[in-house]
Every structure is written in C-alpha cells, then in structure tokens.
Unconditional design. Structure first.
Length: 79
C-alpha cells in the first residue's frame, strides 16, 4: 500500500497535480505524509505557497485557497 501511495504522490508532483484532494488523501497515512512533506510542514500544516510550483502548476481546483474576503487577502495555507 505504501509503495503505491508513494508512487502516486510522485506522479502527481511530476505532473503538477498536487492538489487539495491528494494532500487530504495522503494525510490519512500520517507517517508517510510527514516523510514526503516534512520540509514543508510548519505547525502541522502544509503551506501551499512553500510547495514547489512545479508540483501544483496544473491543479484546476481553486478551492485550495482559503480566502479572507473581509480583508481582501488570501491565506495560502492548507489545514
């Protein structure tokens, strides 16, 4: 199982398709989540802006951004 998840994660990164769905599914396997994303985890969160843009460049899901409409700012943090 771990082998297939790792391969799928690598393929998503290679294809620029690392979106919210992939990260949410990966989070279901905490040890693997930390292993694959450890350099991007701060306070138990992955900051989208800190991920390599090549990993996310083809993601179509705009729900990945948490908007702070009241202040006209975007929070680029996955929770």
């Amino acid at each position: 199982r771990i082998h297939f998840i790792t391969r799928a994660f690598g393929q998503c990164c290679e294809d620029g398709q690392l979106g919210e769905y992939v990260l949410r599914q990966l989070r279901a396997v905490p040890k693997l989540y930390v292993t694959l994303l450890q350099e991007y985890i701060v306070d138990d969160e992955v900051s989208y802006q800190d991920l390599p843009s090549s990993w996310t460049c083809n993601v179509k899901d705009r729900k990945r951004w948490k908007s702070d409409e009241q202040f006209g700012k975007r929070k680029n943090v996955w929770s």
